[in-house]
Design a protein around this ligand. Structure first.
Ligand code: NAD
Length: 458
């Protein structure tokens, strides 16, 4: 467990040092990870480079078999992995099951994609010519991942990348290096993936992460994480002429139009805003409500939020677990306290016990408050009044969003309003529901996925 994985070998980090992995709910030490650094990253990139062309040259069914075998290995350990995710991330069982299931499903999907057509026959550009296009691997891809869904956020990149013949150097978050890194290395080893095709260098962001992000031997760096680190990586990559792909956070919003059903919106907030303690990139912290409806909404929201149970996910039936770290808890609390000082009011919650932060609703929040302008990444809902529907939509759009929800008892009004919202994924009278869709970009247009749920079905 305390090793890194380079060129098919589990070994100690070059510096010889390790650090502890904690169970977030109890603080208990549940493992160690190798403190990889620049020397390890260098060796991993060299190994990935040597492995990539032979891997891409394999027959597609062979690469597909390796991905199926990785999936099979993870499936055989399903229950252990769910518990590992619960302990390492602090998520409740349903969150952990979703994470592990989604990761395995991604491997299975990519295993099939490996054998599908990879190209098109194009209309010929000139007479007496044949034009073809085909997908080719990018090469060696560095992957840096966050801690909140560490397994499937890694696999959503690694699995398709391997399917198409790329090789990987993964640097998982130091908060979740086992479920986000070590278990994937074990799966690659169990699946007899050729040496060097998947390398895992655990370590801190400042050491292993920085070394990987700056490495000139990569063909692409794929980074998922927060804006601060992401922007620094992008700026440095631009200076060095290196290619990066960023998946960052969002400051997402619920928009309650003047005819919204407050109870539907409140029920959606349980998962759309508070699931996994609000620690997802699509959690909607900002709830923008047309002024007349604020009182009814506060009543509905308080009623449902009061039913939530907070505690150790391993200890029984709870809805919310711990915040991932004291640093993050203190940041959440500072944002709440700051809002109170600026005139917001706590309707419910606002306190914590250790890492267990109470689900919190703040009202009287104005658009200048940091709790509104920043991604909170905690179990905090802010209520901000808008004069009318137009203002509510404009306020939502004033910050970058990944996910948004619009509430209206008139589905068509809701659908029209959704079209005016600038989030990659918009739901009408629903939240976080993943109607089988993901945000995508194809270069010149922005694809928006809209999920509609009949009111009667809610
Ligand atoms: P983070 O940006 O602090 O860390 C992400 C990764 O970057 C970690 O592996 C970390 O070790 C590494 N890192 C830190 N400093 C680095 C540096 N200087 N150079 C290179 N790597 C470095 O983010 P986090 O706290 O782990 O995750 C939470 C954030 O991730 C939130 O903002 C959330 O919205 C975002 N997120 C986005 C998505 C998405 O799909 N868009 C998914 C999940 C989380």
């Amino acid at each position: 467990m305390n090793t890194i994985y380079i060129d098919g070998v589990f070994e100690r980090a070059a510096c010889g040092q390790t650090a502890t992995v904690t169970e977030k709910a109890t603080g208990a030490i549940i493992g160690r990870y190798g403190l990889g650094g620049a020397r390890d990253v260098d060796r991993a990139v060299v190994a990935a480079r040597a492995a990539q062309i032979p891997w891409a040259a394999l027959a597609a069914p062979h690469r597909s078999d390796v991905l199926h075998a990785m999936a099979g290995h993870l499936e055989s350990r399903f229950e252990a992995l769910v518990e590992q995710s619960m302990r390492e991330t602090g998520g409740v069982r349903s969150k952990a099951e979703d994470e592990v299931t989604t990761g395995i499903r991604q491997l299975r999907i990519s295993a099939v994609q490996a054998c599908e057509a990879h190209g098109d026959v194009l209309a010929p550009y000139k007479h007496n010519k044949l034009s073809l296009s085909r997908a080719v691997p990018i090469g060696v891809i560095g992957v840096i991942t966050p801690w909140n869904y560490p397994m499937n956020l890694a696999l959503r990149i690694i699995a398709p990348a391997l399917a198409f013949g790329n090789s990987i150097v993964l640097k998982p978050s130091e908060l979740t290096p086992l479920i986000g890194g070590h278990v994937l290395a074990e799966a690659a080893a169990a699946a007899h993936a050729p040496n060097g095709v998947l390398n895992v260098v655990t370590g801190t962001g400042a050491d292993a992460g920085h070394a990987l992000a700056e490495h000139s031997g990569l063909d692409l760096l794929d980074f998922t994480g927060g804006h601060t680190v992401g922007r620094a990586i992008a700026a440095s990559a631009a200076r060095g002429g290196r290619e990066v792909r960023l998946e960052l956070g969002g400051n997402n919003a619920f928009v309650l139009l003047r005819d919204a059903d407050p109870l539907i919106a409140a029920r959606c907030a349980l998962h759309g805003s508070l699931a996994f303690q609000g620690q997802t990139c699509i959690s909607a912290s900002r709830h923008i409500v047309v002024a007349d409806a604020v009182e009814d909404y506060l009543h509905a929201l308080t009623t449902v939020v009061a039913t939530l149970r907070v505690g150790d996910p391993m200890g029984g039936d709870v809805d919310l677990g711990p915040i991932v770290s004291t640093t993050q808890r203190d940041r959440i609390h500072a944002l709440v306290q700051d809002a109170i000082q600026r005139g917001a009011h706590v309707v419910i919650g606002g306190g914590f016990d250790g890492l267990f932060y109470q689900p919190t609703v703040l009202t009287g929040v104005t658009p200048d408050m940091p709790v509104y302008t920043e991604e909170v990444f905690g179990p905090v809902i802010t209520i901000t009044a808008a004069a009318d529907d137009d203002e509510a939509i404009a306020m939502a759009n004033a910050h970058p969003m990944m996910m948004s929800s619009v509430f209206s008892t008139d589905q068509i009004r809701g659908l029209i309003a959704a079209g005016r919202i600038t989030a990659g994924e918009v739901h009408v009278n629903d939240a976080f529901a993943r109607h089988g869709a993901d945000s995508q970009r194809d270069g010149v247009t922005r694809r928006q996925w809209i999920g509609l749920t009949p009111i009667a079905a809610r």
